[in-house]
Design a protein around this ligand. Structure first.
Ligand code: NAP
Length: 326
């Protein structure tokens, strides 16, 4: 009888484990908090598709959901988060939400009210991470403003002190811009969220951040391995059939996509991937049972073409445009 009960317990445990996906490790932040080492991105996900995709991602084991006021989907993200908590898949403490302050609200006194609006849309009392989306301020009608992002950073510090966010950070900042925050700010950013993939690994900026204890979250980790619909993908490469990537993937019995996502984790960044497709999701999260070697990472670094998926081209003439400068 006891043997039977033990078997039942073990079986239940393994079914539960399969349902919940892999257990994803954490990275410690410089402010005492932590973040899971892989995130689910929500840009362009809206309504029912957003809800379904996010719930599926949490069921598959992902615990960090990345949104932004700019994505206009915080209500949908909030609904999905409420659902996974109601269904007891996770508690609030087990799920991590990052959102971002948009460029139109860079005055110090706008920051806290904007975060409160995000919280209202999300239906939450706090977020885990609040980021300045870009260093480039603009007016309501889109004309560029020269508001110093140091002023914005002071508003972010206010938000953290009020407990509206556990951690604060930046996105699309280069090392010179972060350095000004380190010199003149009173809180060190916990995160810099930037693009990171084989054609834009941004090695110097990743090193700069990591040497200062700033965790890097990498968006668009699949780079040009997936179609970006701009007709320039083929010239940039590498493709999914690239012999170097295929060779590395075969060595571990993995796919090229899995190797490229693992590349970000093994260089200690947090990839933010995004999929609406359940098969792709399963592929993307199944990367926590192998490690790339330093040699594999160096070989993938060789694909650096300084070619970004997101060029933020509309902002090229902005005083603080600096995403190609490490
Ligand atoms: N801070 C910023 O300025 C900034 C800028 C851009 C993005 N982000 C964040 O980063 C997130 C991710 O960016 P991203 O969408 O460029 O990430 P990504 O994961 O590199 O690319 C997503 C694309 O890859 C496809 N894909 C995903 N898994 C796949 C697989 N296993 N096989 C084949 N195709 C696959 C998806 O299509 P399917 O749906 O068909 O799978 C989708 O078209 C965004 O959602 C957002 O949260 C932040």
């Amino acid at each position: 009888m006891i043997y039977f009960l033990v078997q039942l317990f073990l079986l239940f445990g393994s079914i539960n484990c399969m349902k919940q996906g892999p257990s994803i490790p954490f990275l410690n932040l410089n402010d005492g908090n932590k973040l899971p080492t892989m995130a689910f991105g929500t840009y362009l996900l809206k309504g029912e598709v957003a809800r379904q995709s996010i719930v599926r991602a949490v069921e598959a084991g992902l615990r960090l959901i990345d949104t932004a006021a700019y994505y206009e989907n915080e209500v949908d993200v909030g609904a999905a988060v409420a659902e996974v908590i109601d269904r007891k898949i996770v508690t609030r403490e087990e799920i991590f939400i990052s959102t971002k302050l948009w460029n139109k609200y860079h005055d110090r006194e706008q920051v806290v009210p904007q975060l409160k609006k995000s919280l209202e849309r999300l239906g939450l009392d706090y977020v885990d991470m609040f980021l300045i989306h870009t260093p480039m301020a603009e007016s309501e009608n889109g004309t560029f403003l020269c508001t110093d992002y140091l002023e914005t950073w002071r508003g972010m510090e206010d938000a953290k002190k009020l407990g509206l966010t556990k951690s604060i950070g930046v996105s699309n900042f280069n090392s010179r811009q972060i350095n000004r925050i380190l010199v003149y700010g009173s809180i060190v950013p916990a995160v810099n969220q930037i693009e990171g993939n084989p054609t834009f690994p941004n090695i110097p900026l990743v090193a700069y951040c990591q040497q200062r204890g700033i965790v890097v979250m990498t968006y668009s980790p699949l780079g040009f391995l997936v179609p970006r619909g701009r007709g320039r993908d083929e010239q940039i490469g590498p493709t999914i059939n690239n012999p170097v990537l295929v060779e590395i993937a075969q060595k571990y019995g993995k796919t090229v996509i899995q190797v490229v996502l693992r590349y970000e984790i093994d260089r200690w960044t947090i990839p933010i991937s995004n999929t609406r497709n359940p098969k792709h999701l399963e592929e993307n999260v199944n990367i926590f049972d192998f490690n790339l070697t330093d040699t594999d990472i160096e070989r993938i670094n060789e694909f650096d073409r300084k070619a970004k998926v997101y060029t933020l081209a509309n902002y090229r003439t902005h005083l603080y445009y600096g995403i190609y400068t490490p």
